[in-house]
Design a protein. Structure first.
Length: 238
């Protein structure tokens, strides 16, 4: 999927792009509707996509772009999220949804993003299937964030590897329909402003970091079966 028009770009990102382009979700994870309690195989849940946009920081570390949702929104106001949203009729596929939403929300031009892979889908408790799309931003300087104030309060970035570490992390045990799981919270300070990346967004970023760095997190993840049904004991094998 990655673009061939790379020019003089980071060798680290080119290598990562090539490796991720070979990634394929395990077959048993490709249809979340089939795995959910009480949802028939014929179910056609609503669909959404999020963009995990990775770039190389000044110190060479891999970083990912996040947003803080507007405090004026009716749902999940003020929370940290990945750029993305629900699929619209004119979207050709999940990649198109993720790129369109990123442009609308933060002004990220699709032409700047080399989409390299799509990982296994997640399902929310509201039966929305969310497709994580991974893209590489080779030229970070070409991206000038212009957030849509009606949706986004701020745009920031964090080290991707932080989602594999125990530092600045805490957890709370929750239960949903008899399924006990851990909800992870990651604290991040950007200048004078602090952010908390948690729950669904944190889970996706833990998974992406696991794939990118090819190692499991340094903590017990214990995600809810509802999201994507990867047993903890199988995480290191994927």
């Amino acid at each position: 999927m990655a673009s061939e028009n790379r020019g003089e770009k980071s060798r680290k990102l080119i290598s990562l792009s090539r490796r991720l382009s070979l990634y394929e979700p395990p077959p048993h994870l490709n249809n979340p509707a089939r795995r959910q309690h009480g949802i028939p195989k014929s179910a056609n849940p609503k669909r959404a996509a999020v963009l995990i946009c990775i770039f190389e920081g000044n110190d060479g570390e891999l970083r990912v772009i996040l947003t803080q949702r507007s405090s004026q929104l009716s749902s999940h106001s003020g929370e940290v999220a990945l750029p993305g949203g629900k699929r619209e009729e004119g979207d050709a596929d999940d990649i198109a949804t993720a790129l369109r939403e990123a442009k609308e929300e933060i002004g990220l031009e699709p032409s700047l993003v080399d989409v390299v892979t799509v990982i296994e889908p997640y399902m929310t408790r509201f039966h929305v299937t969310v497709i994580p799309v991974i893209g590489i931003l080779f030229d970070k300087k070409a991206f000038n964030p212009t957030p849509d104030a009606s949706e986004v309060e701020s745009v920031f970035d964090v080290p991707l590897e932080m989602f594999l570490k125990n530092e600045n992390r805490r957890e709370v045990e929750n239960e949903w329909m008899g399924d006990k799981f851990l909800c992870h919270f990651f604290d991040y300070q950007s200048g004078e402003k602090g952010f908390i990346i948690w729950a669904f967004t944190a889970a996706i970023l833990i998974r992406v970091a696991t794939i990118v760095y090819q190692r499991p997190p340094a903590f017990l993840e214990r995600r809810p079966t509802l999201w994507n049904g990867i047993p903890d004991k199988d995480l290191a094998k994927l």
